[in-house]
Design a protein around this ligand. Structure first.
Ligand SMILES: [Zn+2]
Length: 157
């Protein structure tokens, strides 16, 4: 069976107990939160006949092209674990895919990655950089204005 990681591009070949690593991978990290990225991989695998064979060296789900059954995967959230197997079981009972995704987006979506404290810090930094910039612009305007003033004086040449 061919095994691959869609996140770090690791490739393996598994025949029974024999395992051949074709591409080590392991370095590339998902661009979104790892838990949300893992969920998206699991969700896709549920629809394209891939099976989850276990965690990759990078922590994301490793997918195989079968045959066999997926191993269950647990996604930890602040509300409690979501278990992804044939059925999806959330902290408060069974979930469908959309409900599971909504829950994970709420905790790990990129919008929440922008913390208010960070925005304040970046805003302050921006203003601190704009101050000297404005001073510089005003200085240029004064210098240019006075040069024009001199050059238009009678008898300047
Ligand atoms: Zn990987």
């Amino acid at each position: 069976m061919n095994v691959r990681c869609t996140s770090c591009h690791r490739k393996e070949r598994r025949d029974g107990d024999a395992l051949t690593v074709e591409l080590a991978g392991g370095l590339r990290r998902p661009t979104e939160h790892p838990t949300l990225a893992a969920w998206k991989t699991l969700r896709k695998a549920r629809h394209d006949d891939s099976i989850v064979v276990g965690p990759c060296v990078c922590g994301q789900p490793l997918l195989g092209d079968g045959p066999g059954d997926s191993v269950p995967w647990t996604l930890d959230t602040p509300d409690g674990p979501i278990r992804v197997d044939r059925e999806i079981t959330g902290p408060n009972g069974p979930l469908d895919e959309d409900a599971a995704e909504a829950l994970l987006e709420r905790h790990f979506g990129w919008r929440l990655a922008l913390k208010p404290g960070l925005a304040l810090f970046q805003g302050t930094l921006m203003m601190a950089m704009l101050g000297p910039m404005m001073l510089w612009v005003v200085t240029i305007i004064i210098v240019v204005a006075s040069l024009i003033g001199f050059s238009t004086k009678p008898g300047f040449k």
